[in-house]
Structure formats: C-alpha cells, structure tokens
Design a protein around this ligand. Sequence first.
Ligand code: ZN
Length: 472
Amino acid sequence: MRPIRIWNTLTQKKEKLPSPKGQPLRLFVCGPTVYDSTHIGHVRTYVFFDFFTKYLRSLGCEVRYIQNITDIDDKIIKRAAQEGTDPLIFSKGHTKSYFADMKRFGVDAVTTYAPATKFISEIIDQVQRLVRRGVAYKIEGDGYYFDIARFPAYGKLSRRTALAAEDAVSRIDESVEKRNKGDFCLWKFSKPGEPVWNSPLGAGRPGWHIEDTAISEHFFGPQYDIHGGGLDLKFPHHEAEIAQQEAASGKVPFVKIWMHTGMLTVGGEKMSKSLGNFITAQQFLAAHSPAIFRFIVLNHHYRSPIDYDEKLALAAEETLEGVRLFLGKLKFVETEGAKKPLKKFSLLSYARKWEATLADDINTPQALGVLFEVMRTVNPFLWQLNSRSIRSLHAFITSRFALLGIPISLPSRPSKISSLAKKREEMRRNQQFIQSDALRKQIEELGYTIEDTPIGPFVWPANPKHQNPNSK
Ligand SMILES: [Zn+2]
C-alpha cells in the first residue's frame, strides 16, 4: 500500500497515516447534538469521513470508526421545554432522524454510534480522576469545572486559549465563579426538572466536552490514532478534549492526528435561520439527489470551505449527467461495437494517478479530475476501442464512483424507443430518408435524441433530469 499522508492540525504538517500494530486504525469523529434537524454543513463532515473510512478499508486497512451522539445538552433541554416534552425522549427522536438522514446520504461507515447518555458512568469516572489529579474543581451549587491554568499545554491544537465570539460554546460552561474565563464544565448539578444522574460527584449531568473523551477512552483507551470533526469544533471543544484526556491519563499525545473539515457557507454567509439561508438535509433532498451532495462535497478538498448555492447543485447535476452519458455510450459500444478488435487503451497510469492524489491528504477533487481526464481522453475515439478496453474503462469509472458513494445508474430505454430506432436505422440503410426522418422526429417527440455514430445510432434521453434515476 502506498504511504498515505494526512494533514495534522496539531503539528500543521502532513504526516504518515498511523498504522497501529495488531489492531484496527482508531478513528473518532464528533457527532451531532441532536436538538434540531441535520443541516447540510453537518452532512458535509459526515460524508467526508464516510468516504475517508471506505477509502482506507478499500486498501485493506481496517478502521474502527466511533461517533458520539450528544443526546443530553443545554440546547436539548431548552428546546424540549419549548415543545413541552421530556428532553431525553426529544433527543431520542432527533437521533432517529439523524440516522435516517445519514442513511439517505449513503453514510454508513461508522462502526459504533455512542450516545452520551449510555456512557454516564464512564463520564463520572473520568471527572473523578480529574478531581483527584487536581485539575478539576467544584463550584458549590453549580458543578465541576476544568481548571485550564493547571494544564499548561492548553491551546496547543488551536494555538489560542481565549474564546472568541464565533466559537461554538455551550451555555453549560457559564459561571461567574470560575477560576479562569476559559474553564469549562465537566459535571453540572441538575436543576429541578432537568435530566439527572446520581453520582458521588452529586446529582447532575455531563458537560459537553467530557462526553467525547469518556466515550473514546472506553473504546480506544487513553490514546488513539485520528480524531476528526468540523473546523468550528477545533476550539474550544477539541482543545478541551486534549486537556481532559491528557490530564486524566498523563499520556501524551491523546490523539496522533487531528483532521478538520472546512466550513460550509450558503450564499457566502454562515448558515443561520435568521438569515434564511439555513438548509436542512431534508430540504436539500427535496430538491436534489443525495449523490449530488456527495459529489459537491468530494469535489472540494475536505479542508477547503464550500460555499453552497443552487448553481453549485445544478452544475453538479450536469457533470454527473455527463458521466452517465459517457457510461451509456460505453454500454452501447459494448453491445453494438465493431467486432474486429481495434484500439487498445491502458488505464494503468490513470489508476496510479488516482491512487497518488488520494494518498496525498485525500485530495478527492484531484482524484475526480483523473476520472474526468480519462473520459475526456477516450471520448473522441470511443467507437474504435476494443471490447476489452471498453469493459475495463467501464469498471474503472463505475468502481471509483461507487467508492465515492456516488452511484451512476443508467436510464432505462423503453422498448418502444428501441424498436423505433431500429426501424429508422433500417430505413436509413435503405436510403429511405423521408421515412427515416419521420421516425427520428417521432423518437424526438417521445423525449429522446439520436446520435448517428460510426457503429450505429445512439439513443439517449433528451431531458436527462426527467429520466435521471438519481434525481427527484
Ligand atoms: Zn465532539
């Protein structure tokens, strides 16, 4: 296997993919806080890590992929209260719809989903260790907090320690009695009516950051290979995770490689309900196929921002239609092609290029570029290729799109169209051009085009969107 290099946010350089001896590669990716519908920014992150995992597995690298689900949180408590339901029933409902959304986008590489409420004893145990080690302190009537002044390495991931206005924070961390402004809550004493778990720390509920480290420690131990998540989680969330786990175990580094996906904006702005540019997974799927979104995600480098707008979706749709047309032609050449063996076409150098681009920090847009290069190169002499080349071309393109999770299915052609096309071809051969033109018109009126090629007429839907099995 070609060495794979990944950009590590922690060291700010590309590093070799860890290869743990005798066990699978351990990957943890921050899951959602289940208080609202999944939006396309979340889907971007999960689609990328889904592909990343499947790509590594396709190379024979075993990956154990854990994702937490934050199913207890201030936002959940607040939203459930507004809706007059129990917070835990509320979050269970949203967890279910999150799973349903992921399924529709073909995200199914996660080995284990770990809801925080199933790991309360692990969380309590970790907080107790932090208290014993003197890095956590209690605020009476409030909860336990991590003292960032007692962890000198705080800030090593994000190279900062102070909160900024745009940081993703939890209200749970607010207290006027904290020792340092950046201290964060580990265990919050529950107020009446809030979900509560009894513990030697006092009856309460977990903070946000501690869920992840308690869960990852349970599955992977105090140190593991790769932690992923959206760039907005780098500070303070991931910084806090490092502080908690390294302080609790004394082992450094907590994680070898930190991977962060770029942000997704809509129309140049951060998605927000007040701006009216908030797009949920469901809203996207009401207009486009999941394959379109996966293509948009993977046609950008995972660390680059994506600025989504409707034009991007339409361009993706057009591009994928081009792929479908190419595969349609391949199939046509395969069945109708000249029987005499003709031109050979070798894919070896392209296969190597594909591998090299992905091995270099998972450069999916460049890898897609290789596939388009192949299609552009052979398109002018497609009709002259021998059947072996045609078959390997077909396998080369379809297997790679399948790995990307972008299925390309060909439109089915009604038998009526086929027989009209056949009849027209007979007329044309017999030089009965008036009749053959009439038949062409009839075919076109039924929504198909005919391209006369050196090996016969190629029939294809005129309005691909209409016929496209991947779009709605
Ligand atoms: Zn997280």
